[in-house]
Write a protein that binds this ligand. Structure first.
Ligand SMILES: [Fe+2]
Length: 195
């Protein structure tokens, strides 16, 4: 956690939801002056208050702590706009169909930015029977390897976990795949668009 909740954010979320300082204080069971103190930057809510405070303000704890709220406009959930997140601490891989605040192991994860696949991160995609065979020439050693491949079509995200010493390849359902991603544990996310 690199930042704590700011008074300015509490104030703007409170005003947005049309509550007075007293009303907010009553909802989370703190004294009348507490909310005013936080909003003026003269104090911080105790960490045990983050959950009830977030609930009262209609945001997640992660949003409250990150200092920004997330409004997801991808309600139709076009999977081509799916975001991928990898936790640097535990290696957890998460996927969201749109904008999201994602946290794991106590840190807020940024959505991965992908670069075009080239050089050692080049990926090949070929139709084999009724499947899409995706492979790479990337090293698969214990310290540097591709840790997953993803095939994205408008209605689905297919993710296959890869392992050190294993093949840098996977098979996917072919239908509608428009983009493939490869994630390298050292160099990050790479993509290749299919025609
Ligand atoms: Fe790499």
């Amino acid at each position: 956690m690199d930042r704590y909740v700011t008074g300015a954010l509490i104030k703007s979320l409170r005003e947005e939801s049309g509550m007075t300082q007293q009303q907010l204080a009553a909802r989370i069971d703190v004294g009348d002056k507490a909310v005013s103190r936080w909003e003026c930057g003269r104090g911080y809510p105790d960490i045990t208050l983050l959950e009830p405070l977030a609930r009262a303000l209609g945001v997640s704890v992660a949003e409250l702590v990150a200092g920004s709220d997330v409004r997801n406009a991808n309600r139709s959930s076009n999977m081509l706009r799916a975001r991928l997140y990898v936790c640097p601490v535990c290696g957890n891989v998460l996927q969201a169909t749109g904008e999201a605040m994602v946290s794991c192991c106590g840190i807020t994860l940024p959505a991965l930015e992908a670069d075009p696949a080239e050089g050692e991160h080049e990926v090949r995609a070929a139709c084999v029977e009724d499947e899409l065979y995706v492979s790479a020439e990337h090293p698969m050693g214990k310290l540097h390897y591709l840790s997953f491949l993803v095939a994205v079509s408008p209605d689905r995200v297919q993710l296959v976990k890869l392992y050190p010493e294993g093949p840098a390849a996977a098979r996917f359902r072919l239908a509608g795949v428009r983009r493939v991603y490869a994630y390298c544990n050292r160099h990050g996310l790479f993509y290749k668009d299919l025609r």
